[in-house]
Every structure is written in C-alpha cells, then in structure tokens.
Design a protein around this ligand. Structure first.
Ligand SMILES: NC(=O)c1ccc[n+]([C@@H]2O[C@H](COP(=O)([O-])OP(=O)(O)OC[C@H]3O[C@@H](n4cnc5c(N)ncnc54)[C@H](OP(=O)(O)O)[C@@H]3O)[C@@H](O)[C@H]2O)c1
Length: 325
C-alpha cells in the first residue's frame, strides 16, 4: 500500500481508503460479521483511512468502525465522518438558508453524536455532507467548525460536494475554509479535472475521491437488466434505462482498452488515483474479497499515458440521480 499526503495537513493516508456506506446499510442485506471482517482485512492490508457518515445506517457504520478500532487497540487510522444538514431538501435548494440547515446549536449537537458513535474524544476529519453555492457568500457553518477545531473536538474540516453542482465547493477552497474536499471523479464523471482538482492542488486542499465505480457499474460486473435486491438504493440510482445505458458504455470501454493488463475495477481505481491532486480514493468495501482486490490496486503500476488518454474519451456528462437520468 502506498500513502499520500492529505493536502497541507501533516497526515499521510493510504491511496485506497475504506468507503463505509454499505456496511451501515442501504445496499441490501449486509451481515454484521462480514462488515467487521472486511474492515479488519482492509486494516491488515494497510488501509489507514475510513470514510463514514451520520447517515450510513443512522450511525451503524460509525459504531461498527468505532468498535473494530477499539478492539484493535485504536491504531493510527484517520476516520472521516459527515454531518448532514437538518431536515429539508437534499441537496439543499437555492432557497434554503444555512441558518435553518446548519445552525450552530445543531452542528455542535451533531458533532457530539458523531463523537459518541465513534467512541472518540476528537473527530479526525468532520465533513459537511452536502452544500449549496447559495451559502458561499456567507459560509458561517465553517466558522463554527473552525472554532470546534480550536476547541479540540475536530482535527480537520472538510466538505463533500453536492452531486449536481460539485464546483460549488471551489469558493470554499479559495477562501481557505476547508482542509479537504470529497468529490466524485471517475471514468464517467471527469468534470472535476477542469477546475476543482487544479484549485485543490493550488490551495493544498486534500482530495478524497468517492464513487470511483459509479456505484459498482464501472467494475464491469453488471449485465443489462440486472435487478438490485430490495433495500439496495441502486434500484433508484439506476432506475429506468440508466443501468443498461451505463453497462453499454462500460462494454465500449472494455472494447477500447482490450487486453491492457488491468481489470475494470483496477482501471476505475487507477483512473481516479491518476490525478496528482487526489490524496485517496475510497471505494465502497463490504466484503473481504473487495478489501483485498481494492487494496491491491495501490501497488500496481500507474496507468500508462496512452491508456489514461483512451479512458478520458469515455467521460459521460449526464444529469444526476435526483433528477432521474
Ligand atoms: N455524498 C457523499 O458524501 C457520498 C456519497 C456516496 C458515497 N460516499 C462515500 O464514498 C464511498 C464509495 O462510494 P460508494 O460505496 O457509494 O460507491 P462505489 O465505490 O462506486 O461502489 C461501491 C460498490 O461496488 C462494489 N464493489 C466494491 N469493490 C468491488 C470490486 N473490487 N469488484 C466488484 N465490485 C466491487 C460493492 O457493491 P456490491 O458488491 O454490492 O456490488 C461496493 O459497495 C462510500 O462508501 C462512502 O464512504 C459519499
């Protein structure tokens, strides 16, 4: 496993992190012991960065992580979690006010809950789960988080991009309000390469890449008409003809790269890691096999320039799942 500096912080994170949404729930059946063994295996293999959130199973993902780390004697691992806005539109609408969605009293109470769930006295990295550019001219919630940092409740402060407008976080980076940004950057979604990633690099903001597999389809394992089980959010994400269209595009990628020496999951992760602004890619991991396959990608050679250029041709600008397709 190779490690990279998390922006300007003094922390080094594994290039491959552990995306801990599915172990919380929302992805169909997931046995507790399988979640624990997957996480244990990932830690054994050198993963030292875990991404979770309040919303992953209503704190279940955080509690599993807290328990596993405690059992292992609290090794040096960076755990990032997220505070969502108070009830309302997701992502926040242009008319939402931060005073209603991220008021100080709520932020403080929510961070206390994160501390309890993880069983720690300080959150290594606290990310706001979503945002709207409507708040960029008066980004007070970050002032609150910065004070909590000074009070020792939070180590680093981050933001996770709103899917329909990832560039909304660029002003926050320019204003020096965030230590990290969590963004979608994958073979389909390449827009961050235009501005978000270069600005992060200029400003020393750590970049965490999520959804490198586009919720699994970029692993190349789905066939047209694939049915997701009850309780798997992908029934909605891939609603209508979206899965079949995505699968058809993945087949084109496979044809284009031919026998390139990388499997589709390896290509997808290496593509996301190829940008110099990126500190860590956090594939969702829900089994030991996935922990092993994904961790191993760090040690593979970087993608040759020609292959990287070929993959760039497969970007797929599209609407986001809130709007359907
Ligand atoms: N707004 C936000 O801040 C936000 C939103 C989404 C995600 N995230 C974070 O980013 C992480 C990653 O995103 P994600 O989990 O949504 O999507 P993803 O990484 O694109 O896909 C993960 C899924 O792909 C499958 N998979 C993983 N490794 C595989 C492999 N080697 N071969 C074949 N299949 C494999 C697994 O599901 P199956 O085995 O069921 O196919 C896994 O749950 C999350 O866990 C979460 O921590 C944050």
């Amino acid at each position: 496993m190779k490690y990279r500096k998390l922006g300007n912080s003094d922390v080094e994170v594994s290039e491959i992190g552990f995306g801990a949404w599915a172990i919380g729930g929302g992805w169909g059946e997931q046995a507790r012991d399988e979640s624990e063994t997957a996480l244990e295996r990932a830690l054994d293999l050198g993963i030292n960065f875990i991404d979770t959130a309040a919303g992953y199973g209503g704190g279940r993902s955080e509690r599993i992580i807290g328990e596993v780390l405690k059992r292992r004697g609290n090794p040096k691992v960076l755990v990032a979690t997220k505070t969502p806005p108070q009830q309302g539109a997701w992502p926040p609408s242009p008319y939402c006010r931060w005073q209603d969605r991220y008021p100080e009293s709520y932020l403080r109470a929510n961070v206390e809950e994160r501390l309890r769930n993880l069983g720690v006295e300080r959150i290594d990295l606290l990310q706001l789960h979503t945002w709207t550019r409507a708040w960029n001219r008066d980004p007070k919630p970050f002032e609150v988080l910065q004070s909590m940092k000074r009070e020792g409740k939070i180590g680093l402060v981050g933001i996770s991009t709103p899917e329909p407008d990832q560039n909304a976080v660029i002003d926050l980076m320019r204003a020096g309000l965030v230590d990290t940004v969590q963004a979608i950057y994958n073979i389909f979604e390449q827009e961050p390469a235009a501005e978000l990633l270069p600005v992060a690099q200029e400003r020393g903001v750590g970049v965490i890449v999520r959804v490198a597999f586009d919720e699994g389809v970029l692993t190349g394992k789905f066939k047209p008409g694939h049915q997701f089980p009850e309780g798997d959010f992908r029934r909605n994400y891939f609603a209508g003809d979206r899965l079949d269209r995505a699968v058809a595009r993945v087949e084109k990628i496979k044809e284009a790269v031919g026998d390139c020496g990388y499997t589709m999951p390896q290509l997808a992760l290496k593509f996301a890691m190829s940008h110099a602004a990126v500190s860590a890619v956090i594939p969702g991991i829900r089994s030991v096999a996935q922990a092993e396959a994904n961790s191993a990608v760090s040690d593979l050679p970087d993608l040759p320039e020609k292959l990287l250029c070929d993959l760039r041709a497969h970007r797929w600008p599209r609407g986001f799942w809130y709007g359907g397709k």
